[in-house]
Design a protein around this ligand. Structure first.
Ligand code: ZN
Length: 336
């Protein structure tokens, strides 16, 4: 789904000639549209219980309530109905895991990747009044934020100052130079534009008009500053490595999930922007797989670009399922 998202897996013997960019089991995106949820759940469970090569890590993605909330906003009655439907589907997953007798053996993590905010057609920021759109290239349709690449001969600083003036007169968005966006780890990533516009929650830029407001006055949008509460995502976990009945009072970031999952299944960390220190309080001190006390986190390994790094296989003993990761719609990984 994302550029650079394919994990590069290397055989346990380090033999790179057998490396692959795909997980052990996976289904193509066509699976998303045409295959019922119950069939996807059955497939995941068949991978987890495979007698020869049971997967150690499985991912199952469901696209709602994102689509519904984009359509009608998070406060709409239909959104509540879709949330209830998701609850029913998770219930089906849990029931089938119990029937397969693996429910208590796995760590089940249920997450979402972002929140949602109601937006309306009377809160549109028209940036065409601030700088001529012929001065830059941009991506259309991501209307809570905009990335701007100045065209040849246009100075980054001049364009930045035009939008800075726009912020003074409009007040419903912020403008950043790429180097100022350390809070999103954008500063050195080659896929991030030199100038970024970020709308305040509830506001959108004019390019949303054609996508949504032609046929409705209210809809939903995400992509705002992740520090705003409306953008906060869902996290729940259950299994032998997690404390029981524990409610965390401190929020975690989704980038912290990678070191958490890596530590549970015992694989070395690839460079990343998360920290196990942010999730360690959710984990049992002793579980089927012990969380290493000397789990090394090297701040210099902080990642600013695409994560295509080799991960050598190691011996594993537990299963893990996650729902909601927008990577593969359904996939499983066997590590030896
Ligand atoms: Zn979305």
């Amino acid at each position: 789904m994302w550029p650079g998202y394919y994990p590069r897996l290397v055989a346990a013997d380090g033999n790179k000639t057998t490396s692959t960019y795909h997980p052990s089991f996976w289904e193509r995106p066509e699976y998303f549209e045409s295959v019922p949820w119950s069939v996807k759940v059955d497939k995941i469970i068949s991978w987890l219980t495979d007698s020869k090569k049971p997967v150690n890590l499985a991912f199952l993605y469901y696209s709602e309530p994102d689509s519904q909330q984009h359509r009608d906003g998070p406060e709409d009655k239909e959104t509540l109905r879709v949330v209830r439907e998701i609850d029913r589907r998770i219930g089906e997953l849990v029931r089938k895991l119990k029937n397969a007798d693996i429910y208590d053996a796995i760590n089940l993590i249920i997450i979402s990747d972002h929140g949602m905010k109601t937006v309306s057609d009377n809160k549109v920021i028209d940036t065409r009044k601030m700088a001529d759109s012929s001065l830059y290239t941009t991506v259309i349709g991501l209307s809570s934020s905009r990335q701007l690449w100045p065209k040849s001969g246009v100075s980054v600083e001049d364009l930045y100052l035009k939008f800075k003036e726009g912020v003074r007169s409009n007040g419903n968005f912020q403008v950043f130079r790429k180097e100022e966006m350390g809070f999103l780890n954008y500063t050195t990533n080659r896929r991030v534009a030199p100038i970024i516009l970020l709308a305040n929650p509830g506001y959108v830029f004019e390019d949303l008009t054609g996508c949504y407001f032609n046929y409705r006055r209210v809809c939903g949008m995400h992509g705002y500053d992740p520090r705003s509460p409306e953008m906060h995502a869902f996290f729940a976990a259950r299994g032998p490595n997690f404390k029981k009945g524990f409610v965390s009072t401190s929020p975690i970031q989704n980038v912290d999930l990678f070191p958490m999952i890596s530590s549970i299944i015992g694989i070395p960390l690839a460079p990343n922007n998360g920290s196990l220190a942010h999730t360690i309080h959710l984990l049992e001190e002793t579980g089927p797989t012990r969380i290493s006390q000397d789990f090394v986190e090297d701040p210099s390994q902080s990642l600013q670009d695409e994560p295509n790094r080799a991960v050598p296989g190691v011996t594993l003993s537990i299963f893990l399922i996650a729902i909601g990761l927008e990577s593969h719609l359904i996939m499983g990984i066997v590590l030896h």
